[in-house]
Design a protein around this ligand. Structure first.
Ligand code: COS
Length: 383
């Protein structure tokens, strides 16, 4: 759903210009320094990028899913690390509060997230609980007006930058599965929280992940999302349904950039006396990428519109995440192939993208988890 086409067009133009004029020239620097320059972070805050999905009443832009997807497609035509900084707030970190939080929790936390004053991180994954998210062991034990949290989380994106965590922990040890899990809002400055070393990753330099250890961390009862124990797994799953459409849009944006650069290269690079874009075997790679990109873009916008219409899009969100993340992997692979030696050396940035996009098939649910969600959805619908 697009509420006001003129306002959205103006926003998309602003983001497109920001990407072209500020982010693309800084890509190399971010990859070398593993940090996003402060002036760029400042500008991202000023543009309202941290508040894209937070309602206007709390200081955000309150974008619909379709609007958000279109903004992501523009914003991600550059190194994915830039999106990652706002991504955990916009995509998954704030959404648990928005979907299931109490009015007081929304009032207290959302305005500071929308302005970028606080960055939200989503703390679900643990050393022994990745795809099997319902098996988390981090424990939250009630003690008076607090819960005391012990356990550790792994690969938590933006944990080094986080002002708050949306944390999933087990409040009922008798319940081994999803029913014993509760979602908490945890102030990152609470005593007892410590961070592991920043992970050395294959790609996405400038986007940081690390372990987060909770050792006797006291969190007020008022910070249980929605005030109800045992709902945390469902909150996490609903957040991930939305997050998966968001990530699929990110994949479409990155693929657009890769294919545009690759087409230009193929039209300029001459071999055997003509541009390599004239060769049918190169054309086949370009055409396959264009076709798959078009399919992914169409899927993402369709799922987004259905979600805006109030449909349950669990299955469609998984289809989008699965297809778009695999698609951008193939587009990146063909980009390296068409660039040849120039794609393998660091100068053109193509090999950097090849490494960066590998993550999309893994986080917010691997491709194999998406297949499970899709097939289960099919069986459910047919029953
Ligand atoms: N929306 C709302 N509720 C949902 C839901 C969704 N999308 N998906 C599941 N639930 C509910 C179920 O209805 C069930 O509730 P009831 O017990 O009341 O019926 C409960 O949650 C447990 O669901 P289920 O039995 O399907 O859980 P499983 O342990 O089988 O796990 C998968 C389901 C595999 C889909 C889940 O663990 C998953 O998504 N794993 C990947 C996690 C992930 O993406 N990690 C990335 C890290 S976060 S960046």
């Amino acid at each position: 759903m697009i509420r006001d086409p003129d306002t959205l067009t103006a926003l998309l133009d602003t983001v497109r210009r920001f990407v072209r004029e500020r982010l693309v020239p800084a890509e190399e620097l971010v990859a070398e320094t593993d940090a996003i320059p402060d002036d760029i972070v400042r500008d991202m805050k000023a543009m309202g990028l941290f508040g894209l999905t937070i309602p206007e009443g709390y200081g955000g832009l309150g974008l619909t899913m379709e609007e958000e997807a279109r903004v992501m497609i523009e914003l991600c035509q550059t190194a994915p690390a830039f999106r990652s900084l706002i991504g955990t707030t916009v995509g998954i970190g704030s959404q648990g509060i928005l979907m299931d939080g109490t009015p007081e929790q929304k009032e207290r936390w959302l305005p500071r997230l929308a302005s970028g004053e606080l960055i939200a991180s989503f703390a679900l994954t643990e050393p022994e609980a990745g795809s099997d998210a319902a098996s988390i062991r981090t424990r939250a034990r009630r003690d008076g007006d607090d819960y005391v949290i012990d356990g550790s989380k792994r690969f938590i994106t933006n944990a080094p930058e986080a002002g708050m965590f949306t944390l999933m922990a087990r409040t009922d040890p008798q319940q081994k599965g999803a029913a014993g899990i509760t979602a908490f809002i945890v102030d990152a400055k609470t005593p007892g929280i410590s961070l592991g070393r920043i992970d050395r990753k294959m790609g996405q330099k400038g986007a940081h992940t690390c372990d987060v250890v909770f050792d006797g961390v006291r969190v007020p009862v008022a910070n249980v999302i929605g005030g109800v124990e045992g709902r945390g797994f469902k909150t996490a799953m609903k957040v991930l349904d939305k997050g998966r459409i968001h990530i699929a849009a990110v994949c479409v944006g990155v693929a657009e950039r890769l294919l545009r650069d690759t087409l230009h290269y193929a039209m300029e690079r001459r071999q055997f006396g003509q541009p390599i874009a004239e060769f049918q075997l190169v054309q086949a790679m370009l055409a396959d990428s264009r076709t798959e990109l078009y399919a992914a873009r169409t899927m993402v916008l369709d799922a987004a519109r259905r979600r805006d219409a109030g449909d349950d899009v669990s299955t469609e969100a998984a289809c989008c995440k699965y297809y778009a993340s695999e698609m951008v992997g193939r587009v990146a692979d063909r980009a390296v192939q068409i660039h040849g030696g120039a794609g393998y050396v660091a100068d053109h940035g193509i090999e950097r993208y090849y490494r960066d996009v590998r993550l999309f098939r893994i986080y917010e649910g691997t491709s194999q988890i998406q297949q499970i969600v899709i097939a289960r959805g099919m069986v459910r619908e047919a029953t």
